[in-house]
Design a binder for this molecule. Structure first.
Ligand SMILES: [Zn+2]
Length: 421
């Protein structure tokens, strides 16, 4: 039994209010008001802290199997807990790709008893190769919680069938919207930054074309979730699709609302990810999409890489940045404290909406009967992003940046899994 005292409780449905939170048996027992500690109950003082439902991150790469030098299930779970992320959906672009029930069962056994709840998405196509559908029903029976070929776009020829099959199984289908024919050998956003750095550019149309074809396929066939949206035009297309009642959702990542390609001032591959950092106008449009409800959730796209690979420079290093441990302070500093979104809307973006996408009906709220997953943030003091992370990798573009809203503690199923300091 755990009593969280004197915090500011932030629930995405009922709003925010000062009060206490009593956790027992892995569930929230009481929420709000003054609660007297039952005998032998552990007490966590949350004075001055914001108490959120544990964050649900729908986009995490844990690199196991295949690149354990960058991250493992265990280090990813510890990094998640340190970021207030109590549930993380892992992507299947491992080596080998997660497209078989036997590999999925083996990984799920290894993900037990970690400080964060790790859920697995499975590849939508065999080998993530885009040629034929993976055994989706068998993967669901083995425990898959979503399907995606993340890292690659879902093949447009198979997309209608994949949407209908995922819908019939009741699992979400997630698409990495990118037309590789248009990406070519690009490494940063096509435009002034690419010219200034003398690097090949990725045209915005590589994303927008796939976003539009995905939205059209959803209109005709069923639900589709669009990953890591980075463009003003993508946000506008998603807004228009929702206005037409199409069954579509979308996510963005903290780097797209915090940074633009103007922030790439050196040949530093810690600023290289897919999609690439876009223009300042795109960054502002992503903020508007978060504020007006067009974008449903914030995911990290946590993508660890070994330092030796990330020192190869923008042209040759792999795409991706880590994000679990900087998620909360970036959202607090760039969104809540600047008035872009309310704390209550932030709880929807970080907890309730991703929980709904993944069908986690007992997660995402601070209300009696919900899972006892909690993230406690400290909005008062500013700290610089450190050079060393809990994650097995350190490829972050935010090192040295002063941020508020760092996690003070995280609670999973009623147990404290992280405490700062
Ligand atoms: Zn992706």
């Amino acid at each position: 039994m755990l009593l969280i005292k004197n915090g500011l409780l932030i629930d995405p449905v009922s709003g925010e209010r000062p009060g206490d939170l009593l956790l027992a048996g892995g569930r929230i027992r009481l929420a709000g008001g003054r609660i007297k500690a039952p005998p032998s109950c552990e007490v966590l003082d949350a004075s001055g802290l914001w108490v959120f439902p544990g964050f649900v991150d729908a986009h995490v790469h844990a690199r196991e199997p295949g690149a354990e030098g960058a991250e493992t299930l265990e280090s990813a779970a510890r990094a998640a807990a340190a970021g207030g992320v109590t549930t993380a959906l892992l992507m299947p672009n491992t080596a080998p790709p997660l497209d078989s029930p036997s590999l999925l069962r083996r990984l799920r056994r290894r993900a037990k008893n970690l400080p964060a709840s790790l859920l697995f998405s499975a590849a939508a196509t065999r080998g993530r190769a885009g040629g034929a559908a993976a055994p989706l029903a068998a993967l669901k029976r083995a425990g898959a919680r979503a399907f995606t070929d993340d890292g690659s776009c879902l093949p447009r020829l198979l997309l209608p069938g994949l949407i209908r099959k995922a819908a019939s199984l009741g699992l979400p289908l997630l698409d990495h919207p990118e037309d590789f024919r248009l990406t070519g050998d690009g490494v940063v956003n096509a435009g002034p930054a690419a010219r200034r750095l003398g690097l090949p550019g990725i045209p915005p149309m590589a994303e927008l074309r796939a976003v539009i074809s995905g939205l059209l396929a959803a209109a005709d066939n069923g639900p589709l979730h669009l990953q890591h949206l980075s463009l003003a035009s993508s946000v506008a297309a998603l807004r228009a699709a929702k206005a037409s009642g199409w069954p579509v959702t979308g996510e963005t990542c903290p780097h797209y609302f915090t940074l633009s390609d103007a922030d790439i001032v050196a040949d530093d591959a810690d600023f290289k990810m897919k999609p690439p950092l876009r223009s300042e106008a795109d960054r502002r449009a992503v903020l508007r999409g978060l504020a007006d409800g067009t974008i449903d959730m914030i995911a990290t796209d946590h993508a660890p890489h070994e330092r030796r690979l990330k020192t190869l420079g923008l042209r040759r290093a792999p795409f991706g940045v880590i994000g679990l441990e900087t998620l909360a302070p970036l959202c607090v500093t760039e969104l809540a404290l600047k008035g872009v979104v309310t704390k209550v809307r932030l709880a929807a973006l970080l907890s309730l909406n991703p929980a709904r996408l993944l069908g986690l009906r007992k997660k995402g709220r601070l209300a009696p009967g919900f899972d006892a997953d909690v993230a406690l943030l400290d909005p008062r003091r500013a700290w610089r992003v450190p050079e060393r992370f809990v994650s097995g990798s350190s490829n972050s573009p935010f090192v040295g940046r002063r941020l508020r809203g760092w996690p003070a503690a995280a609670v999973l199923a009623g147990k404290i899994v992280f405490r700062a300091g």
